[in-house]
Design a protein around this ligand. Structure first.
Ligand SMILES: [Zn+2]
Length: 531
């Protein structure tokens, strides 16, 4: 996703919904295959009535297992109340603590599929946002990242337990619905209600499972590579919205051609109530309400969210500390889309801006990209995951070359699509494709804190430039550094030196009298230069 500029204010009010929970026990115990969520919403109450049928397999023999579901809090009155749970057709005992339902099993065996049906109701505290949009119309929008799905349906709310999902939505018939997958059915139930049935054929992580229920204006803008692309915006400003999202087809084309087959059945771009700037929900991306302006202001945001369909949604990080595999990829792939669509100057402007963002962030937060200590996942939506992650890919592209970089990305995607990967998995793919040992590269840029902060001095004498480079930061990095020598006769020349030590002298043969040296003239290195 992409965060809004006023995001830091939001930290204050959303902390409780995104703290680390212990998922390891659940991941070791069960493997969810399929979710079938029957959910009824209405205009007279914010309370939902729902029945979730979960097909799952046990990884081992257990008497009890856990699903995530936020329990009704007696003070606020928000949260879910479980009415009953059945294992296949047999009622089972359960208890419900703050975030977990503990379910007693009856004679289950590992490897066999069971269906657990949870009947429940309540007002979602989070996850399904029931409110009014900017035109005052009532709307319902799922907004699950990172683990807020369990505020409106029982699940294993972790990106590494993927499953297919279907939604049977009962809603007043003046709404339209959008959800993951394809629409299977739309039936009039009564004079005032309809049933909408949506279904996915490929497994998704819970973070991108959503429904949207609202009054929409919908435009089908055509197909590309057999994928239908549509725009769903509030009817009041439909012309502006249709125009703003009209670029989606070209962006989709670019990524299909560069990365591989699009993972889902459709691409819908949806104006919504997401708290994020954009939220990459699988096959139906939700954008913030004011993304619609009629001025094509958010092409890069659209590109970012579309890139996530491959990286983050389909090939997903194995756990939240590896978030850069999602956000760094979406950020850099947007840069590469801009390189193709707007040229090198526009690309360089972005990449330099991203470098500055990393430098600024480092001044206030000394954390590595792979951050296993931060327990509030919302805090991982930072410059390390986005801009530094993008810069790691940028430097990797320089290190192994454009052709191998793209072919490595394609292989990584093909290997981990509909599945999960760690940073090490990605490293191994890229190392194999390039034939290079990438251990130092990945360790220093992703597991260590910071980046090179260089102090230098130089003199010129007799066709030689003598340069002393000192790394002033704590961790010593190894990297190639491009130096552009500016000569007295007005010409220039770029030479590359390899930096391995904290401080070292270099003697570079040059072809004229040096009047200045530009460090990293083409923006290939994440570094700072100080006096
Ligand atoms: Zn993103």
């Amino acid at each position: 996703m992409k965060i809004l500029y006023h995001f830091f204010i939001l930290f204050i009010c959303i902390q409780s919904s995104s703290f680390a929970q212990n998922y390891q026990q659940q991941l070791n115990t069960i493997d969810i295959q399929h979710y079938k969520l029957a959910i009824a919403v209405s205009d007279t109450t914010n309370s939902i009535d729902a029945t979730m049928s979960i097909k799952l397999k046990f990884n081992k023999t257990v008497n009890e297992f856990q699903l995530d579901l936020f329990k009704k809090d007696s003070v606020s009155g928000l949260g879910m109340v479980v009415d009953s749970i059945y294992q296949n057709n047999v009622k089972v005992e359960f208890s419900h603590t703050t975030d977990k339902i503990n379910i007693q099993t009856k004679h289950t065996f590992p490897g066999i599929e069971y269906t657990y049906t949870v009947k429940y109701h309540g007002i979602p505290k989070d996850g399904l946002i029931i409110s009014k949009n900017l035109h005052g119309d009532r709307t319902f929008f799922g907004d699950n990242w990172p683990n807020r799905a369990h505020h409106w349906f029982p699940c294993v709310d972790h990106p590494s337990d993927k499953a297919t999902i279907e939604y049977l939505i009962e809603a007043p018939n003046h709404y339209q619905t959008i959800a993951n997958g394809f629409q299977f059915e739309e039936t009039n139930l009564t004079n005032t209600t309809k049933l909408y049935h949506w279904k996915t054929t490929v497994p998704l992580p819970t973070k991108v499972m959503v429904v949207g229920i609202a009054k929409f204006a919908v435009q089908n803008i055509g197909e590309t590579h057999n994928i239908p692309v549509s725009t769903w915006v509030y009817p009041e400003t439909k012309e502006k919205g249709f125009f703003d999202f009209s670029t989606a087809k070209n962006i989709l084309d670019f990524f299909i051609e560069h990365i591989g087959e699009y993972p889902y059945q459709k691409l819908a771009n949806v104006q919504s109530k997401t708290r994020f700037g954009g939220m990459e929900n699988a096959g139906n991306i939700f954008y913030f309400e004011k993304s619609v302006s009629g001025k094509l202001e958010h092409e890069d945001l659209i590109a970012h969210e579309i890139a996530h369909q491959w990286f983050g949604n389909s090939a997903s990080e194995i756990d939240w500390p590896h978030l850069w595999l999602s956000e760094g990829f979406a950020t850099y792939l947007t840069d590469l889309y801009i390189l193709e669509s707007k040229g090198n100057d526009a690309f360089l402007e972005r990449i330099k801006q991203e470098r500055q963002t990393v430098v600024n962030f480092y001044k206030k937060s000394k954390t590595p990209v792979i951050d296993t200590k931060t327990t509030n996942y919302m805090h991982l939506l930072n410059a390390n995951s986005y801009q530094k992650g993008a810069w790691v890919l940028h430097m990797l592209r320089k290190k192994i070359g454009d052709g191998l970089f793209w072919s490595g990305l394609r292989t990584y995607y093909e290997t981990y699509k509909f599945s999960n990967a760690s940073t090490n998995d990605f490293k191994q793919v890229m190392a194999k494709i390039s034939g290079e040992n990438l251990d130092t590269f990945f360790t220093q840029w992703l597991q260590k804190v910071g980046h090179p902060i260089i102090k230098s001095s130089w003199i010129y004498h007799d066709k030689k430039a003598r340069i002393i480079i000192e790394q002033t930061q704590e961790t010593v990095f190894q990297f190639p550094l491009d130096l552009e020598f500016i000569y007295k006769n007005g010409t220039s020349e770029i030479k590359t030196i390899q930096i391995n030590d904290k401080s070292a002298p270099f003697v570079v043969n040059v072809s004229g009298e040096v009047t200045a040296i530009n460090f990293d003239p083409n923006a290939w290195l994440l570094f700072e230069q100080i006096d």
